[in-house]
Design a protein around this ligand. Structure first.
Ligand code: G3P
Length: 217
């Protein structure tokens, strides 16, 4: 499973990219607003750090206008992925963009039929929002399972990019189901490596090592 960072925070993205474990980045208008920075500058800078897909979201609502915005965003770097909302206009824009060879991430997906349409529109990525479904008392993971089944049934190449991930259990379950990508907030990515028994075990090993009086170097 590929890991994308769901962030527009350059420092956070840079720190995580240094691990070599990050395959891409997703942004959205809310994350750009949170960064307090210019959208184009932020995407440009992320693309200097990350070689993989970097999602930049259009804000127009009509397909023609989305395509004009997409043209500007695609000019930033070859790894820019155009993010469009899962609306009829978003799907129309998706079809045109992917027919022209651009990568498209169809976002704000909340049911399997929407995901089916995105695949038929040639989307590179579909972004089902797990956490926001959980927030409503629904089961976000059920949606990931349904999309996996549908895409496998018809050999759709659209990659399932699990989004709105809020905790490490979301990450594990996505991996078990077979999501292609998980876009994860930096704070959750850092928690993935943590276990109290790892810390405790390491402490014990180092204590015993000290008694040997040895050093490796
Ligand atoms: O990038 C979209 C997404 O991951 C949003 O997450 O936590 O705002 O629902 P959240």
């Amino acid at each position: 499973m590929k890991f994308f960072v769901d962030s527009a925070d350059l420092e956070e993205i840079g720190e995580l990219a240094d691990t070599g474990l990050i395959d891409g980045v997703t942004t959205n208008p809310s994350l750009i607003a949170k960064s307090g920075r210019d959208f184009i500058d932020v995407i440009k800078e992320i693309c200097t750090i990350i070689d993989g897909p970097v999602s930049a979201e259009v804000t127009a609502l009509e397909a023609g206008d989305m395509l004009k915005e997409a043209e500007k965003l695609l000019g930033i770097s070859k790894n820019v992925t155009i993010k469009v909302p899962l609306t009829w206009d978003g799907l129309k824009a998706c079809k045109t963009l992917t027919d022209n060879g651009s990568m498209v991430n169809v976002t704000l997906c909340f049911n399997a039929n929407q995901a089916l349409l995105a695949a038929k529109a040639g989307a590179t990525f579909i972004s089902p929002f797990i956490g926001r479904l959980d927030d409503m008392g629904l089961d976000g993971m059920e949606l990931i399972e349904e999309i996996r089944t549908i895409y496998d049934n018809y050999d759709f190449e659209t990659q399932i990019l699990a989004a709105s991930i809020r905790n490490i259990n979301h990450v594990k379950t996505c991996a078990l189901i077979g999501a292609d990508v998980a876009t994860v907030p930096g704070s959750v990515i850092k928690q993935l490596a943590k276990h109290p028994l790892t810390d405790k075990g390491l402490e014990g090993f180092l204590k015993d090592w000290k008694t040997t009086g040895q050093s490796i170097l």
